[in-house]
Write a protein that binds this ligand. Structure first.
Ligand code: KG4
Ligand code: ZN
Length: 341
């Protein structure tokens, strides 16, 4: 089945053409990062306007790159939620209009379902069941995944998401927005044991996370310098902060895999690009008898190709979104199967 996928939940406008839920023919991403960075975060109203400006161009590029014309399309997949409501509505309205005018079915899927199924587009896809650690700007969730549409939350952040903590710490350090990749790069030049930042929730018996205390500890440490931080101190703070985040994420995830008897772990979302996280999981995997799957960096951040896996599955099952399907700013992944797609 040849599907066009559209993603517009936050600050990336993206379109992709996917064949049979596994072959990526194109994946075009137009980032709005430059527009939002001077405000220190995503401005929802600006995001919606930028999606309106970009969406037709992005869709045309994705079709062109794939060498596909609209009349060859057999279905459309789009993000229904969660995300910024105005931003989601741009993608959803475009997808609905295309599906209706081309008389082809529409699948309206969960954004996180796309993220955690992204490794299925890679050469060595994971088999079910697996444990998924979804780490992005809005999510830090551990899911048990028994198949497409079969997700159970095992734990989640009680406050900030991991990516959000990275972005807030970057802002404190004057490193701009978004700051995850910048901190990651700086961390490579610093000592991870320079500052003993707290490892929140590490010794709690559940699989929940919390990053706001760690963020406050970084702030208190930064305040001691009274604005006079040299380059090495900055790199040490970045490396020590990253070490704390990576330790909590890896240890909690490995404990959850053990508790659930799962040998496969998928790490997905924007923070899955993090070099420290990738390296530590690889180091620990053989010791713990697990195999860890990371999407390639282009499939970690927000992109439309990742929607192709669930969209293809739902369309083949005949689970089509109806004309009334609305965007959902909040939507729990555990209930996608019951909510209708
Ligand atoms: O999945 P994503 O592109 O968008 C959301 O759905 O949120 O994730 C964006 C988040 C941002 O918070 C960004 O700072 C973070 O992913 N990020 C990173 C890295 N690259 C992106 N965090 C840590 N290390 C990185 N290398
Ligand atoms: Zn995302």
């Amino acid at each position: 089945m040849l599907i066009l996928c559209i993603e517009s939940s936050c600050d990336e406008t993206s379109a992709a053409v996917i064949r049979d839920g596994s072959e990526m023919l194109s994946n075009v991403v137009a980032s709005q990062v430059d527009v939002h960075s001077r405000f220190g975060g995503v401005v929802p109203e600006l995001a919606s306007r930028k999606h309106v400006e970009a969406i037709s161009l992005v869709i045309n590029s994705a079709l062109q790159e794939a060498g596909v014309t609209v009349d060859q399309l057999e279905g459309i997949g789009v993000t229904r939620g969660p995300g910024l409501i105005g931003a989601l509505l741009v993608g959803l309205s475009t997808a609905k209009a295309m599906a209706w005018s081309l008389d082809i079915p529409l699948a309206a899927v969960h954004h996180m379902e796309g993220h955690i199924l992204a490794p299925m587009l890679e050469e060595d896809p994971p088999d079910f069941p697996f444990l998924a650690l979804a780490v992005s700007g809005g999510h830090t969730h551990l899911y048990r995944v028994d198949g497409i549409g079969r997700y159970k939350t095992l734990g989640q952040t009680l406050d900030d998401a991991a990516g959000e903590a990275y972005d807030k710490v970057a802002k404190m350090l004057g490193l701009g927005y978004p700051g995850g990749a910048v901190i990651d790069q700086l961390a490579g030049q610093g000592r991870p044991d320079a500052i003993d930042f707290p490892r929140p929730m590490l010794h709690k018996k559940n699989f929940d996370f919390s990053f706001s205390g760690l963020k406050t500890a970084v702030l208190q440490h930064v305040e001691k310098y009274e604005g006079a931080i040299d380059e090495q101190q900055l790199a040490d703070i970045a490396a020590s902060f990253q070490a704390a985040v990576v330790e909590v994420l890896t240890r909690k995830t490995l404990s959850a895999a053990k508790a659930e008897g799962l040998q496969r772990i998928v790490v997905a979302g924007g923070v899955a690009c993090n070099s420290g996280l990738r390296g530590r999981f690889q180091e620990l995997s053989s010791k713990h008898g697990v195999k860890v799957f990371f999407p390639s960096p282009a499939l970690c951040g927000d992109n439309a190709a990742m929607l192709g896996v669930p969209a293809n599955y739902y369309l083949e099952k005949g689970r089509h979104a109806d004309d009334g399907a609305n965007a959902l700013a909040n939507w729990t992944l555990d209930t996608v199967a019951a909510d209708g797609i």
